[in-house]
Design a protein around this ligand. Structure first.
Ligand SMILES: Cc1cc2nc3c(=O)[nH]c(=O)nc-3n(C[C@H](O)[C@H](O)[C@H](O)COP(=O)(O)OP(=O)(O)OC[C@H]3O[C@@H](n4cnc5c(N)ncnc54)[C@H](O)[C@@H]3O)c2cc1C
Length: 385
């Protein structure tokens, strides 16, 4: 391969695409962007399935942010479909909004009890507040404390065990403490100022980001076949390379997992197309007490496509990531031990002065899409100073 570039970006997900665009456009950098998958967009990638429905191949993605800078940056590359995400919990066949709110209260309990609890909750905490189940538990009124137990048992604990493969004892009490009850009739999953999905999809948005004369994209290219990390220098195809490198892949894989693999959860996605107009009444239904899968998402609610003859859904099953061929690490398992292991790998990269780790894999962190765009923009601000 023959390249003329001064900046190497590895990974064409949102972290890499944001950096590539900003450095190419505002820094006049000549960017080589390499992506090991056959497509751009990383985990936000979407495409039409055989039924013509826009599906998210790596799980449903809803954009939401309060960050005006991020929203303005992305809005240069897409129009938005105004979509307010709603999620229902399926509790033994009964559907109720999550986060658990005043509508859920009215579904979970009989009319009299629900009305009594609503009054007590609002008198105690105030309307439109998000109260954690820890706060509810600490209340002296036994009925309020009992509500905390209901939400823990019916909404939180089994779902979390499926998602993380843990027992209740292994669930971090800090996480339990943060489970919210929303004292509101607002059924939206997010309350952020800007919320929606790209009108033509995420892949189309990322394609527009990468459409710049200073960006050269190579798909199906694993950066590890191009770069070598020497004791002090980084080599590109055998030649010392002193330009900027932005790496958005898994940091342990960069070093052949020499200290052991960083633990992750992976997901199996089961896509199904059904010959009905709608499969469920909202985009996502969480199975919080039964079923092996965590949730079912129906994509037409997200895309807004009008299609009467069929619909596509996806079921998500969570399991431990083993590193087997084709498996994708989705969720970092963040705890002190794993963070320490991550730090050993991150430390190895610090000997290369122009090498930057950014992204959910490279930083072993969970980022929402807006947060990773913000992180990538701020790294570029530093680089362009
Ligand atoms: C199931 C699921 C649902 C989600 N839903 C939402 C949501 O609703 N809203 C939201 O805001 N966020 C959501 N997220 C988070 C969102 O996916 C991330 O914020 C985003 O993908 C992070 O972008 P990234 O570029 O860091 O990582 P990625 O999207 O993973 O991109 C990294 C890219 O680097 C490539 N790569 C890795 N190693 C190499 C290598 N050696 N050579 C070449 N290329 C390489 C990978 O193939 C990949 O394309 C969700 C995440 C998951 C897992």
């Amino acid at each position: 391969m023959n390249f003329d570039f001064d900046t190497l970006v590895i990974g064409a997900g949102l972290a890499g695409a944001t950096a590539a665009r900003r450095l190419a456009e505002d820094g006049g950098r000549r960017v080589l962007l390499v992506e090991q998958r056959p497509h751009i967009g990383g985990n936000a990638y979407d495409c039409l399935d055989e039924a013509g429905i826009l599906v998210h191949q790596y799980g449903p993605h809803i954009f939401h942010t309060n960050d005006q800078q991020v929203f303005q940056f992305l809005s240069r590359f897409t129009d938005w479909r105004d979509y307010q995400h709603k999620v229902l919990a399926n509790v033994y066949g009964q559907l109720m909004p999550v986060p658990f709110n005043l509508h859920s209260l009215a579904i979970a309990f009989d009319e009299e009890k629900a009305a009594r609890l609503e009054k007590k909750l609002i008198d105690t905490f105030g309307a439109e507040r998000k109260v954690t189940i820890l706060e509810l538990r600490q209340n002296t009124d036994p009925e309020i404390a009992e509500l905390a137990d209901y939400v823990y048992e019916h909404i939180f604990v089994h779902y979390t065990m499926k998602q993380w493969g843990t027992t209740p004892e292994q669930i971090d009490p800090n996480t339990t403490a943060r489970v919210p009850v929303f004292l509101s009739r607002d059924d939206r999953y997010f309350q952020d100022k800007y919320q929606g999905v790209p009108a033509q999809g995420y892949t189309s948005m990322v394609a527009a980001m990468l459409d710049h004369p200073n960006i050269t994209l190579h798909l199906d290219t694993d950066a590890r076949s191009l770069i070598t990390l020497g004791d002090e220098h980084l080599f590109f195809q055998g030649e010392p390379f002193s330009g900027t490198v932005i790496y958005t892949g898994a940091v342990d894989e960069l070093f052949a997992c020499r200290f052991g693999r960083l633990p992750y959860r992976t997901l199996d996605f089961q896509f199904e197309t059904h010959p009905v107009e709608w499969y469920q009444t909202c985009a996502t239904v969480n199975y919080t007490v039964d079923q092996p899968y965590t949730r079912i998402t129906e994509f037409k609610h997200l895309s807004g496509q009008i299609k009467k003859d069929c619909t596509t859904i996806v079921k998500e099953l969570s399991r431990a990531y083993t590193g087997a061929e084709g498996e994708i690490p989705y969720y970092a398992i963040i705890n002190p031990e794993n963070n320490a292991l991550y730090e050993r790998y991150a430390q190895l990269t610090r000997r290369y002065p122009n090498f930057h780790l950014v992204g959910r894999l490279a930083e072993y962190k969970y980022y929402n899409m807006d947060a990773i765009v913000a992180r990538s923009l701020s790294l570029c601000d530093e680089l362009l100073k």
